[in-house]
Design a protein around this ligand. Sequence first.
Ligand code: GDP
Ligand code: IMO
Ligand code: MG
Length: 424
Amino acid sequence: MSVTVLVGAQFGDEGKGKVVDYLSADMDMVVRFQGGDNAGHTVVNEHGTFKLHLIPCGIFKKGCKALANTGMVINPDELLKEIDQIEAQGVDTSNLFISMRAIILMPYHIELDKLSESSGRTGIGTTKRGIGYAYADRARRNALRFEDLLDPEYCEKRVRSIMPTINAEVVAKGGKEFTAEEIIEKTRYWAERLKNRIVEPVSFVNNAINRGEKILFEGQLGAMKDIDLGIYPYVTSSNPVAAYAAVSGGFPISKISEIVGVMKAFSSAVGDGPFPTEMETELADGFRGKGDQIDDEFGARTGRARRLGWLDLPIVKYAATINGFTALAVCKIDKLDTYKEIKVCVGYKLDGKEIDYMPSARDLYKVEPVYVTMEGWLQSTKGVRKYEDLPENAQKYISLIEEYTGVKVKYIGVGPARDEIIVK
Ligand code: GDP
Ligand code: IMO
Ligand code: MG
């Protein structure tokens, strides 16, 4: 039995795509289990450079099944675009499957998200991909699922029954009504193009587990953006934590054997919300780059400049607590190569007193980070492939992460490409 779940340990964009691509060499199946095309998972390998939004990053491994599972909200137009794009780059997608229970993200979800964000009242800074509205429709039982595409008559009836509610909301927000016909036409097109990929997911996953296949569940975003455990309301609308892979996948949680937390060697976030270790503009600009390199700090989905900060260990420890990491992957250590001094947050003070828990967003705005200053290593780590060859101060940095979080670091990223990794 080998089920590994890999999730983000900070605010998202930690380098999950790169690590999934690396680990998939050993996998029979890679599964996305929450979120939608708000994700941007960067992969640099022998096929080229990709920013995947919906397709699991295991798609590049020959023979590996890639499942977009229950728990996801999937925009079929975006999925088809992504399939066409990567096929044009020579990648075989015949092993890509979609759960019949996954939610269909509709054009009106995107419109509602855009209208809300542009009203300036939400203050969340979403990706405007309709994610929150698709999950809201799931909760109020107004959503369509991929299984509905397989029964055109039923699908048409469902669309006609929900459109008045949807349109009332669109119009109330100042948007233009959608016709049932245009949505029905889309569902017919999606059915035509995607029907052969739709599977019954519980048997698909459990049978693979029982056959002893190696399965990797690929999380989207990170712990601090979890709808229940993150910095509510500046969060996404799903649970990017390891246990949710089992909840949405319909397999026993006891089957999970490894939980890998992916973190950056510093911190980044897009969108609004508290960010205790955020750097002042000048320093952040140096870290971010100009946007002409694949690993510069601009959102892989929206292109927005990412907010940047020093490593915040209370956040990584919190992520370890709620996920139960068995290993950490630390990406982008190479991005610290040129800094003489590196600050690391090792605690928070709230109203002058150190606290030992992760406060909610309201208080996180008020905390004062407690820093230690580490000596930098001032040499390139990009070509390093063995842990012993890392500069001594870089090793000390890794040791601090391990000691603080109580989790062993197993992978260290020293560049964006698949092979730019150290296995410790
Ligand atoms: P994800 O959303 O967690 O998959 O992360 P993103 O792909 O959105 O952002 C991570 C960024 O860091 C991408 O630009 C990657 O190419 C890059 N990256 C990942 N690991 C490393 C690393 O070890 N070193 C460097 N320099 N870049 C990395
Ligand atoms: P990956 O998978 C970084 C952020 C948005 C916003 C909040 C809610 O690449 O790590 P949403 O569109 O989900 O309703 O927006 O979450 N956000 C991300 N930030 N990386 C992502 O994905 C993100 N997906 C959503 O900026 O703050
Ligand atoms: Mg990303």
